[in-house]
Design a protein around this ligand. Sequence first.
Ligand SMILES: Cc1cc2nc3c(=O)[nH]c(=O)nc-3n(C[C@H](O)[C@H](O)[C@H](O)COP(=O)(O)OP(=O)(O)OC[C@H]3O[C@@H](n4cnc5c(N)ncnc54)[C@H](O)[C@@H]3O)c2cc1C
Length: 253
Amino acid sequence: MRGVILSTRPHVVIIGGGFGGLSAAQALVDITLIDRRNFHLFQPLLYQVATSSLSPGEIAAPLRGVLSKQKNARVLLGDVVDVNLNTNAILLADGAIVQYDFLIVAAGAQSSYYGHEEWRQWAPYPKSIEEATEIRHKILYAFEVAERISDPVSRASWLTFVIVGGGATCVELAGAIGEIARQTLRNDFRSIVQFQSRVLVFIQWAFQDLTFSRGARMITGTTTTDFNFNKEIAAERSQPNAEITQPAGNAQR
Ligand SMILES: Cc1cc2nc3c(=O)[nH]c(=O)nc-3n(C[C@H](O)[C@H](O)[C@H](O)COP(=O)(O)OP(=O)(O)OC[C@H]3O[C@@H](n4cnc5c(N)ncnc54)[C@H](O)[C@@H]3O)c2cc1C
Protein backbone atom coordinates (compact mmCIF):
# COMPACT_ATOMS: atom_id res chain seq x y z
CA MET A 1 0.00 0.00 0.00
CA ARG A 2 2.78 2.42 -0.91
CA GLY A 3 2.03 5.91 -2.07
CA VAL A 4 -0.02 8.91 -1.04
CA ILE A 5 -3.64 8.44 -0.05
CA LEU A 6 -5.27 11.72 -1.08
CA SER A 7 -8.39 13.09 0.49
CA THR A 8 -10.31 15.59 -1.61
CA ARG A 9 -11.92 17.37 1.34
CA PRO A 10 -10.43 18.46 4.65
CA HIS A 11 -10.45 15.46 6.80
CA VAL A 12 -9.52 14.24 10.25
CA VAL A 13 -7.22 11.28 10.70
CA ILE A 14 -7.54 9.37 13.95
CA ILE A 15 -4.80 7.03 15.12
CA GLY A 16 -6.33 4.30 17.28
CA GLY A 17 -9.71 2.63 17.38
CA GLY A 18 -10.10 2.31 21.15
CA PHE A 19 -12.62 4.16 23.31
CA GLY A 20 -10.91 7.47 22.57
CA GLY A 21 -10.61 7.01 18.81
CA LEU A 22 -14.15 5.76 18.37
CA SER A 23 -15.56 8.65 20.39
CA ALA A 24 -13.70 11.10 18.20
CA ALA A 25 -15.01 9.29 15.12
CA GLN A 26 -18.54 10.39 15.99
CA ALA A 27 -17.67 13.89 14.74
CA LEU A 28 -19.47 14.99 11.58
CA VAL A 29 -16.39 15.44 9.43
CA ASP A 30 -14.54 13.22 6.99
CA ILE A 31 -12.64 10.72 9.06
CA THR A 32 -9.95 8.17 8.45
CA LEU A 33 -9.41 5.91 11.41
CA ILE A 34 -6.12 4.02 11.38
CA ASP A 35 -5.42 1.13 13.73
CA ARG A 36 -2.82 -1.63 13.72
CA ARG A 37 -5.69 -3.99 14.61
CA ASN A 38 -8.90 -4.09 12.65
CA PHE A 39 -10.97 -4.55 15.78
CA HIS A 40 -11.99 -2.54 18.80
CA LEU A 41 -11.06 -4.25 22.05
CA PHE A 42 -13.18 -3.86 25.17
CA GLN A 43 -10.27 -3.88 27.61
CA PRO A 44 -12.24 -3.84 30.89
CA LEU A 45 -13.25 -7.45 30.23
CA LEU A 46 -9.80 -8.74 29.31
CA TYR A 47 -9.45 -10.24 32.77
CA GLN A 48 -12.39 -12.51 31.96
CA VAL A 49 -10.58 -13.74 28.85
CA ALA A 50 -7.50 -14.27 31.03
CA THR A 51 -9.55 -16.41 33.39
CA SER A 52 -11.53 -18.32 30.76
CA SER A 53 -14.92 -16.77 31.44
CA LEU A 54 -15.10 -15.17 28.01
CA SER A 55 -13.57 -15.94 24.64
CA PRO A 56 -11.59 -13.24 22.82
CA GLY A 57 -14.31 -12.82 20.19
CA GLU A 58 -16.78 -11.76 22.85
CA ILE A 59 -14.84 -8.62 23.73
CA ALA A 60 -13.62 -7.62 20.27
CA ALA A 61 -15.69 -5.93 17.57
CA PRO A 62 -14.54 -5.24 14.01
CA LEU A 63 -13.90 -1.53 13.54
CA ARG A 64 -15.44 -1.65 10.07
CA GLY A 65 -18.61 -3.06 11.54
CA VAL A 66 -18.71 -0.46 14.31
CA LEU A 67 -18.41 2.35 11.76
CA SER A 68 -20.24 0.72 8.86
CA LYS A 69 -23.26 3.05 9.04
CA GLN A 70 -21.11 6.12 9.35
CA LYS A 71 -20.45 6.93 5.72
CA ASN A 72 -18.10 9.82 6.53
CA ALA A 73 -15.68 7.42 8.18
CA ARG A 74 -13.32 4.88 6.71
CA VAL A 75 -11.02 2.44 8.42
CA LEU A 76 -7.45 1.66 7.43
CA LEU A 77 -5.43 -1.17 8.86
CA GLY A 78 -1.96 0.16 9.50
CA ASP A 79 0.78 0.54 12.07
CA VAL A 80 1.67 4.21 12.46
CA VAL A 81 5.41 4.64 12.91
CA ASP A 82 5.85 8.37 12.38
CA VAL A 83 4.03 11.66 11.99
CA ASN A 84 5.47 14.55 10.01
CA LEU A 85 3.93 17.68 11.48
CA ASN A 86 5.45 19.88 8.78
CA THR A 87 3.87 18.04 5.88
CA ASN A 88 0.74 16.80 7.70
CA ALA A 89 1.65 13.24 6.80
CA ILE A 90 1.49 9.96 8.66
CA LEU A 91 3.93 7.19 7.86
CA LEU A 92 2.80 3.60 8.21
CA ALA A 93 5.13 0.67 8.84
CA ASP A 94 4.60 -0.65 5.32
CA GLY A 95 5.74 2.66 3.83
CA ALA A 96 2.33 4.11 3.02
CA ILE A 97 1.77 7.80 3.67
CA VAL A 98 -1.58 9.21 4.75
CA GLN A 99 -2.22 12.95 4.54
CA TYR A 100 -4.35 14.69 7.12
CA ASP A 101 -5.73 18.14 7.79
CA PHE A 102 -6.36 17.49 11.46
CA LEU A 103 -4.86 14.69 13.49
CA ILE A 104 -6.15 12.97 16.62
CA VAL A 105 -3.74 10.61 18.36
CA ALA A 106 -5.69 8.12 20.49
CA ALA A 107 -3.11 5.34 20.56
CA GLY A 108 -3.80 4.38 24.17
CA ALA A 109 -1.34 3.31 26.83
CA GLN A 110 0.87 0.35 27.55
CA SER A 111 1.44 -1.60 30.71
CA SER A 112 4.30 -0.57 32.97
CA TYR A 113 6.59 -2.79 35.00
CA TYR A 114 8.07 0.10 36.95
CA GLY A 115 11.52 -0.27 35.49
CA HIS A 116 11.50 -4.06 35.56
CA GLU A 117 10.79 -4.71 31.92
CA GLU A 118 12.34 -8.18 32.28
CA TRP A 119 9.29 -9.24 34.33
CA ARG A 120 7.07 -8.99 31.27
CA GLN A 121 8.31 -12.36 29.99
CA TRP A 122 7.11 -14.13 33.15
CA ALA A 123 4.15 -12.04 34.14
CA PRO A 124 1.99 -10.74 31.31
CA TYR A 125 -0.45 -7.93 32.02
CA PRO A 126 -3.96 -8.34 30.57
CA LYS A 127 -3.75 -5.44 28.13
CA SER A 128 -4.19 -7.23 24.81
CA ILE A 129 -5.89 -10.39 23.54
CA GLU A 130 -2.48 -12.06 23.24
CA GLU A 131 -1.49 -11.25 26.80
CA ALA A 132 -4.87 -12.28 28.19
CA THR A 133 -4.72 -15.63 26.43
CA GLU A 134 -1.15 -16.10 27.65
CA ILE A 135 -2.32 -15.62 31.24
CA ARG A 136 -5.18 -18.00 30.55
CA HIS A 137 -2.74 -20.62 29.32
CA LYS A 138 -0.52 -20.17 32.38
CA ILE A 139 -3.44 -20.60 34.77
CA LEU A 140 -4.91 -23.64 33.06
CA TYR A 141 -1.48 -25.21 32.54
CA ALA A 142 -0.74 -24.86 36.26
CA PHE A 143 -3.88 -26.84 37.06
CA GLU A 144 -2.93 -29.50 34.51
CA VAL A 145 0.55 -29.91 36.02
CA ALA A 146 -0.84 -29.99 39.55
CA GLU A 147 -3.25 -32.75 38.57
CA ARG A 148 -0.31 -34.99 37.64
CA ILE A 149 1.84 -34.27 40.69
CA SER A 150 1.57 -36.53 43.72
CA ASP A 151 3.87 -34.57 46.03
CA PRO A 152 1.53 -32.25 47.98
CA VAL A 153 4.15 -29.53 48.47
CA SER A 154 4.95 -29.36 44.81
CA ARG A 155 1.28 -29.45 43.90
CA ALA A 156 0.54 -26.62 46.30
CA SER A 157 3.32 -24.68 44.65
CA TRP A 158 1.74 -25.03 41.22
CA LEU A 159 -1.60 -24.01 42.67
CA THR A 160 -0.23 -20.81 44.19
CA PHE A 161 -0.99 -17.79 42.03
CA VAL A 162 0.77 -14.54 42.82
CA ILE A 163 -0.53 -11.16 41.72
CA VAL A 164 1.61 -8.08 42.20
CA GLY A 165 -0.37 -4.86 42.49
CA GLY A 166 -3.57 -3.79 44.18
CA GLY A 167 -5.59 -1.98 41.53
CA ALA A 168 -8.94 -2.86 40.04
CA THR A 169 -7.48 -5.40 37.63
CA CYS A 170 -5.77 -7.13 40.55
CA VAL A 171 -9.01 -7.45 42.47
CA GLU A 172 -10.85 -8.74 39.41
CA LEU A 173 -8.13 -11.25 38.59
CA ALA A 174 -7.78 -12.45 42.17
CA GLY A 175 -11.50 -13.11 42.46
CA ALA A 176 -11.71 -14.77 39.07
CA ILE A 177 -8.76 -17.11 39.67
CA GLY A 178 -10.23 -18.08 43.01
CA GLU A 179 -13.53 -18.77 41.33
CA ILE A 180 -11.90 -21.01 38.73
CA ALA A 181 -10.18 -22.99 41.44
CA ARG A 182 -13.12 -23.34 43.76
CA GLN A 183 -16.08 -23.55 41.43
CA THR A 184 -15.49 -23.80 37.70
CA LEU A 185 -12.89 -26.58 37.77
CA ARG A 186 -13.80 -28.37 40.95
CA ASN A 187 -15.57 -31.21 39.17
CA ASP A 188 -13.06 -31.52 36.35
CA PHE A 189 -9.96 -32.65 38.24
CA ARG A 190 -9.51 -35.77 40.35
CA SER A 191 -6.26 -35.11 42.24
CA ILE A 192 -6.78 -31.46 43.00
CA VAL A 193 -8.94 -30.99 46.02
CA GLN A 194 -11.13 -27.95 46.30
CA PHE A 195 -9.56 -25.15 48.40
CA GLN A 196 -6.05 -26.46 47.62
CA SER A 197 -5.19 -23.50 45.45
CA ARG A 198 -4.58 -20.00 46.71
CA VAL A 199 -4.11 -16.55 45.32
CA LEU A 200 -1.61 -14.22 46.97
CA VAL A 201 -1.90 -10.52 46.23
CA PHE A 202 1.25 -8.53 47.00
CA ILE A 203 0.75 -4.81 47.37
CA GLN A 204 2.83 -2.03 48.83
CA TRP A 205 0.07 -0.28 50.74
CA ALA A 206 -3.68 0.03 50.84
CA PHE A 207 -6.09 2.69 52.07
CA GLN A 208 -7.90 -0.05 53.88
CA ASP A 209 -7.83 -3.79 54.10
CA LEU A 210 -9.43 -5.22 51.02
CA THR A 211 -11.50 -8.25 51.71
CA PHE A 212 -10.97 -10.98 49.21
CA SER A 213 -13.16 -13.99 48.98
CA ARG A 214 -12.63 -17.21 47.09
CA GLY A 215 -9.25 -18.00 48.57
CA ALA A 216 -7.39 -14.83 47.73
CA ARG A 217 -5.16 -13.36 50.41
CA MET A 218 -3.78 -9.84 50.41
CA ILE A 219 -0.24 -9.27 51.66
CA THR A 220 0.30 -5.58 52.24
CA GLY A 221 3.53 -3.78 52.97
CA THR A 222 5.40 -5.76 50.43
CA THR A 223 7.70 -4.31 47.86
CA THR A 224 8.37 -6.52 44.95
CA THR A 225 12.00 -6.38 43.92
CA ASP A 226 12.95 -8.65 41.11
CA PHE A 227 10.63 -11.21 42.63
CA ASN A 228 12.90 -11.39 45.63
CA PHE A 229 10.35 -10.43 48.24
CA ASN A 230 10.73 -9.19 51.80
CA LYS A 231 10.88 -11.66 54.65
CA GLU A 232 7.23 -12.64 54.78
CA ILE A 233 6.92 -12.81 51.07
CA ALA A 234 10.16 -14.69 50.73
CA ALA A 235 8.55 -17.35 52.84
CA GLU A 236 5.60 -17.44 50.48
CA ARG A 237 7.93 -17.51 47.54
CA SER A 238 9.75 -20.52 48.83
CA GLN A 239 7.51 -22.39 46.43
CA PRO A 240 9.42 -21.86 43.22
CA ASN A 241 6.74 -22.87 40.73
CA ALA A 242 4.19 -20.30 41.85
CA GLU A 243 2.56 -18.65 38.85
CA ILE A 244 3.03 -14.91 38.79
CA THR A 245 0.98 -12.37 36.96
CA GLN A 246 1.54 -8.67 37.23
CA PRO A 247 -1.30 -6.17 37.10
CA ALA A 248 0.69 -3.18 38.26
CA GLY A 249 -0.40 -0.16 36.30
CA ASN A 250 -0.24 1.74 33.06
CA ALA A 251 2.19 4.17 31.53
CA GLN A 252 1.31 6.53 28.74
CA ARG A 253 2.76 5.41 25.44
C1 LIG B 1 -7.76 -5.07 32.33
C2 LIG B 1 -8.29 -3.66 32.19
C3 LIG B 1 -9.44 -3.31 32.87
C4 LIG B 1 -9.95 -2.02 32.75
N1 LIG B 1 -11.10 -1.70 33.41
C5 LIG B 1 -11.63 -0.47 33.26
C6 LIG B 1 -12.85 -0.12 33.89
O1 LIG B 1 -13.45 -0.93 34.59
N2 LIG B 1 -13.34 1.12 33.68
C7 LIG B 1 -12.69 2.04 32.89
O2 LIG B 1 -13.18 3.17 32.73
N3 LIG B 1 -11.53 1.74 32.28
C8 LIG B 1 -10.99 0.51 32.45
N4 LIG B 1 -9.80 0.20 31.83
C9 LIG B 1 -9.10 1.25 31.08
C10 LIG B 1 -9.71 1.44 29.70
O3 LIG B 1 -9.88 0.20 29.06
C11 LIG B 1 -8.75 2.34 28.92
O4 LIG B 1 -8.63 3.55 29.61
C12 LIG B 1 -9.24 2.58 27.53
O5 LIG B 1 -9.33 1.38 26.82
C13 LIG B 1 -8.29 3.53 26.84
O6 LIG B 1 -8.85 3.83 25.59
P1 LIG B 1 -7.95 4.51 24.48
O7 LIG B 1 -8.82 4.76 23.31
O8 LIG B 1 -7.22 5.67 25.06
O9 LIG B 1 -6.82 3.44 24.15
P2 LIG B 1 -6.97 1.92 23.66
O10 LIG B 1 -8.31 1.36 23.97
O11 LIG B 1 -5.76 1.23 24.18
O12 LIG B 1 -6.91 2.04 22.08
C14 LIG B 1 -5.72 2.39 21.43
C15 LIG B 1 -5.80 1.86 20.02
O13 LIG B 1 -4.71 2.41 19.31
C16 LIG B 1 -4.15 1.40 18.50
N5 LIG B 1 -2.76 1.78 18.28
C17 LIG B 1 -1.82 2.00 19.23
N6 LIG B 1 -0.66 2.35 18.66
C18 LIG B 1 -0.86 2.35 17.32
C19 LIG B 1 -0.05 2.64 16.21
N7 LIG B 1 1.24 3.00 16.35
N8 LIG B 1 -0.58 2.51 14.97
C20 LIG B 1 -1.88 2.15 14.81
N9 LIG B 1 -2.70 1.88 15.84
C21 LIG B 1 -2.21 1.98 17.08
C22 LIG B 1 -4.30 0.13 19.29
O14 LIG B 1 -4.30 -1.01 18.43
C23 LIG B 1 -5.67 0.35 19.94
O15 LIG B 1 -6.72 -0.18 19.16
C24 LIG B 1 -9.28 -1.07 31.93
C25 LIG B 1 -8.13 -1.44 31.23
C26 LIG B 1 -7.64 -2.72 31.36
C27 LIG B 1 -6.40 -3.12 30.59
